[in-house]
Ligand binder design. Sequence first.
Ligand SMILES: NC(=O)c1ccc[n+]([C@@H]2O[C@H](COP(=O)([O-])OP(=O)(O)OC[C@H]3O[C@@H](n4cnc5c(N)ncnc54)[C@H](OP(=O)(O)O)[C@@H]3O)[C@@H](O)[C@H]2O)c1
Length: 227
Amino acid sequence: MERTVLITGATRGIGRELAKQLTELGFRVFATGRDVELLESLKAEAGCLGAVADLSDPEQVVGLYAQAKKVLGTVDVLVNNAGLNHIKAPVVEIGLDDWELQYAVNLRAPFLLSREALRDMAERKRGHILNVISTIAKTSSPNYSIYTTMKYGLMGFTQCLIKEARETNVKVTAVYPGGTDTDFRPEVRPEYLRAESAAKMIVHCITAPDDVVVHDLTYRPLVESNF
Ligand SMILES: NC(=O)c1ccc[n+]([C@@H]2O[C@H](COP(=O)([O-])OP(=O)(O)OC[C@H]3O[C@@H](n4cnc5c(N)ncnc54)[C@H](OP(=O)(O)O)[C@@H]3O)[C@@H](O)[C@H]2O)c1
């Protein structure tokens, strides 16, 4: 059976690989990010659909779900994958703008998209929402305070969503990847997970049998030991 999926943060890294792998499996994918050229190259390469949206703008976030639904017909799966950690600095050096940006993209956008998806999926008593968090939500690290705060927030939100969605028959998964070698950080980290591998683990959750819901998926590169 053909299935449809909306993936945020699909222009790069884990989301881009996920879009490619799911399209290959026969899913109809609606991909999104901000970078027009990267999105167009993904659409051409993978044969998927998509549109640009800036998830720091709440109106664009809500509009994105409606647009994906219109194009796909139904949204069977939502993957809240977009995220950023644009500043690694001690608390005393962090500005309000830094806080607001990470709040908007890493926490508010997945909340709004999950809300739109649950309203929609609950009516059909079918669907799957996956929130990409991070293993940082299982530990803490100096100079990562705002990123850690937003990911802890997304973890708490997702745990509540798991319980609220259960009675609607909608699956919810909290995904905790460890360090992955993507554009997420400026330096190359070949010892970390490859984006293809990180995406493959998410594909396993999405393609699990109908009678299975994976609530928590935690995976790390072997070099990661801060837990
Ligand atoms: N890489 C890691 O080590 C790691 C570890 C654990 C968890 N994670 C999480 O995994 C997810 C994916 O990370 P990644 O490593 O694949 O990162 P990445 O390669 O940097 O890709 C991030 C994606 O998010 C999108 N994005 C960022 N800001 C956005 C905004 N304002 N509006 C719309 N889209 C926006 C980017 O799109 P544009 O560039 O087109 O705007 C891009 O497609 C994130 O939630 C991250 O926190 C990553």
